[in-house]
Design a protein around this ligand. Structure first.
Ligand code: PMP
Length: 419
């Protein structure tokens, strides 16, 4: 069932926007049908230009932990807009949001706000390189850190060879400094670190990857990263753009008890506005301009609207600790019920989950990609036709908000049963 409204709107968009979109996965290319155009959102629902209502398990790819158009967030942003959209000056809200972030992430002694996760990662890596005086970066296959040139890499053939870029337009010279190894592969990681110890500035990881679908770190894996990086003077960077404030008032580092040197945040800390942040040890962050020699800047960094949305969201979460228990319960229940009716693999962490059309456990990128993507795409389409909006591609993460309940989860189970 594809509405003619969406078809028409997409044709109009394609005539003026590259590929009809401003971010590739929105195009529904993996589903082989036109994207759903959204007119508005409220709570857990999206309302399409096609006149249909969708129960939203994508939530703008994670930021909307309080649901769409949460009254407190909308009021804060509206009030801020009335005072002025941007000044390009210091405002007191920047330190307010930074204090909330710091309270939740003790490893973050100093913060800097930017306008996207990509920008935050890019800046954090420059800082890591400036601080250590080294140039190489180690990442993990299937982890995504935004469209930073040096990280658009998936060196599938192991640690030894040169990394290969995942995108045209990224010179080999740039990815030459990137090594990528399989997630959860302790031996491959240790081997790569041993080999490149003297050149590695940073190891960057999504502590609970969400960009190959949800994949859990095996016990001890994150500890190994911490131990090995410390031993060799390499900075450990946790990319918590997805996991930050997702399962508790903190991040994966809170849950696993690991202190990275730098942390990257985004999504939830902006409450739906464009925000990214990076922060960490004071001695490292002090190397940033204007105090230090690592340059980084942004016209709209820390702008009043983004800070207002972030403060409203994080304050709400801080004062409603039971919200996490409720969201995490909905997802745990969903996974249990789903496994009872389907042979598919369901991975979950906190209030995020992924379904893989695979019978085998999914513990790394290779396993995630081995699923039957076509079958999963058909399931996502069937969900859409029933008014359930899942992330529109395989190997993505679904989310619940504070507004979702077990009854909403039940709709997905019912659909799974009927397939
Ligand atoms: N890091 C992670 C873990 C992400 O999931 C993303 C985006 N989904 C980014 C970085 C990049 O963030 P943005 O899209 O805001 O640039």
């Amino acid at each position: 069932m594809t509405s003619s409204v969406n078809r028409r709107l997409f044709a109009t968009a394609r005539a003026v926007l590259a590929g009809g979109v401003n971010s590739p996965v929105r195009s529904f290319k993996a589903l082989g049908r036109p994207p759903v155009f959204i007119a508005r959102g409220s709570g857990k629902y999206l309302f399409g230009e096609d006149g249909r209502r969708y129960l939203d398990f994508c939530l703008s790819w994670g930021p909307l932990i309080l649901g769409h158009a949460h009254p407190t967030v909308v009021a804060a942003v509206t009030a801020a807009a009335k005072r002025g959209m941007t000044f390009g000056t210091c405002i007191k809200a920047e330190a307010e949001l930074a204090s909330l972030v710091q309270k939740a992430f003790p490893s973050i002694q100093r913060v800097r706000f930017v306008s996207s996760g990509t920008e935050a990662v890019m800046s954090a890596l420059r800082l890591a390189r400036g601080f250590t005086g080294k140039s190489m970066i180690l990442k993990f296959d299937g982890c995504y850190h935004g469209h930073v040139d040096a990280l658009l890499v998936n060196a599938g053939s192991g640690v030894a060879g040169l990394a290969r870029s995942s995108s045209a337009g990224v010179p080999l010279d740039v990815v030459r400094h990137t090594v990528s190894v399989p997630f959860n592969d302790a031996r491959a990681f240790s081997r790569a670190v041993k080999r490149h110890a003297r050149s590695l500035a940073a190891v960057i990881v999504e502590p609970v990857p969400g960009n190959m679908g949800v994949v859990l770190p095996e016990p001890g894996f994150l500890d190994l990263l911490r131990v090995e990086t410390k031993r060799h003077g390499i900075l450990l960077v946790f990319d918590e753009v997805i996991t930050g404030f997702r399962s508790c008032f903190g991040g994966a580092q809170t849950v696993f008890g690991i202190e990275p040197d730098l942390t990257v945040l985004g999504k939830i800390i902006g409450g739906g506005m464009p925000v990214g942040a990076f922060g960490g040890r004071k001695d490292i962050m002090d190397r940033l301009a204007p105090e230090g020699d690592v340059y980084q800047a942004g016209t709209l960094s820390g702008n009043p609207l983004a800070m207002a949305a972030g403060i409203a969201t994080l304050t709400w979460l801080e004062h409603t600790p039971q919200a996490y228990a409720r969201m995490n319960d909905v997802v745990a229940w969903l996974a249990d019920q789903w496994r009872a009716v389907s042979p598919w693999t369901i991975n979950r962490w906190g209030s995020m989950f992924s379904v893989f059309a695979a019978r085998e456990p999914v513990t790394d990128y290779a396993a995630a990609r081995a699923q039957d993507s076509k079958v999963l795409a058909r399931f996502i389409c069937a969900a859409l036709d029933k008014g359930i909006y899942l992330p529109p591609a395989p190997c993505e993460t679904a989310f619940v908000s504070t507004r979702h309940t077990r009854a909403d989860a039940r709709q997905l189970i019912a659909l799974s049963r009927s397939q």
